[in-house]
Write a protein that binds this ligand. Structure first.
Ligand code: FEO
Length: 391
């Protein structure tokens, strides 16, 4: 493929990965992903912003086939989906200076086994001229690694953001079609950025004064109207929880399912949006996306060897890692003769700092008395949502 021009002297040279279905051997990619790299030609110098995942090195090299000289390669982020082709780029363009933050030099050194001295580090706010274009480097740590930075092309008002504002979406579109991308960007935020909400907020504040005509991330299409994604990020980072209860559960013989169905119906009756997720089949990205807005989580689990079902344990562990801004938490447990599931879940979720609502623990198949306890749980959740001004 040839480089595709996105603006004067600004070209897309990365790769879409339509086939990839899993990131980090964990995150489902129902729509694939892309590893965007950008070639910018100034009047005096040429720069490549980021490389691509090693599985697409050949695409990047093909896209750069007509490029005679690279003066700089800017590495915004050391993770291998953006840095993994650096070795091939250095072989092809041995004269290029490798630009990154000081922290990135350390991490790139250890992750790629490239000598730290090979990198030219730039401080926050430092600029390098390409002639008629100026690169201003802005340190934006912890979106989502400690070394992350953005580049602002001053004259063009273009912000190159790497993971920030990205979306896992393989597409031939260079620019965003809003309705398509915002759900994908929200899912990406949930999976990658949500644990770092305070850092994302700090960096949004830092970038806010810049006039920006184009945001060019390293996953998914670019934003020709940056206000849309910036407003969405503001909501995801700073917005209050919504009137939403998420119910992740596993059922083995139907007892937990009976409670989940009763609770879901009860919450809907009371005007609360309820989203049950059968963890044995669900795409965890869908669950993560709902955690961006969640006010209440109710975990439903059978008891296996005294403990929550292992699939539930794994999901709770993931919820803990993603650190949603959840306000209320409860549990519905079924068991045969004995259970420590409530204690285990309470201990695993202590870091979320959510208020615990009285759990429902049922021996065997829930009957009318037990289902009445589920109704009481729905009442309690509705009362909490009302108190919090969500209902
Ligand atoms: Fe797209 Fe954190 O790498």
């Amino acid at each position: 493929m040839k480089p595709r021009e996105m603006g004067p002297g600004i070209y897309s040279v990365g790769a879409a990965d339509w086939e990839r279905r899993l990131f980090d051997s964990l995150i489902p990619l129902p729509e694939g992903t892309s590893y965007n790299a950008y070639l910018v030609t100034g009047s005096e110098a040429t720069v490549l912003f980021d490389t691509v995942d090693p599985r697409k090195t050949h695409v990047l090299l093909e896209n750069l086939a007509g490029v005679e000289r690279l003066d700089y390669v800017v590495l915004h982020h050391a993770e291998q989906d953006h840095s993994g082709s650096l070795g091939a780029i250095v072989d092809r363009f041995p004269g290029a200076r490798l630009i990154c933050s000081p922290k990135a030099a350390e991490i790139l050194g250890t992750h790629l086994r490239i000598a730290t001295e090979s990198f030219t580090t730039v401080e926050d706010g430092e600029e390098i001229s390409l002639g008629n274009k100026t690169m201003r480097f802005l340190h934006t740590p912890w979106v989502h690694w400690p070394e992350t930075m953005c580049t602002y092309l001053v004259e063009d008002k273009v912000l190159v953001t790497c993971d920030l504002f990205g979306s896992h979406l393989a597409t031939s579109d260079l620019f965003v079609r809003e309705a398509e991308v915002i759900p994908a960007a929200k899912r990406y935020f949930a999976e990658i950025m949500m644990p770092f909400r305070p850092a994302v907020k700090r960096n949004l504040d830092k970038l806010a004064p810049l006039p920006v005509d184009l945001i060019a991330p390293s996953h998914g299409p670019a934003y020709a109207d940056p206000s849309v994604i910036v407003a969405a990020y503001r909501d995801w980072v700073e917005g209050p929880p919504k009137n939403l209860a998420v119910i992740p559960y596993v059922t083995m013989h139907g007892s937990t399912l009976a409670m989940v169905e009763r609770l879901t119906a009860g919450l809907i009756d009371k005007g609360i949006k309820a989203e049950p997720f059968d963890l044995s089949v669900v795409d965890l990205g869908g669950l993560a996306t709902n955690l961006v807005d969640v006010a209440t989580i109710v975990v439903g689990t059978p008891t296996v060897m005294l403990q929550p079902h292992p699939v539930v344990m794994s999901a709770i562990n993931l919820v803990g890692v993603l650190r949603p801004n959840v306000k209320f938490l409860s549990v519905m447990v079924s068991y045969g003769w004995s259970s420590k599931a409530v204690e285990t879940i309470a201990s695993m979720t202590a870091g979320l700092k959510a208020e615990i609502i009285e759990p429902v623990v049922v021996k065997g198949l829930p009957g009318p008395d037990e289902l009445a306890l589920v109704d009481a749980l729905a009442d309690a959740i509705a009362a909490k949502h009302a108190e919090a001004g969500l209902l």
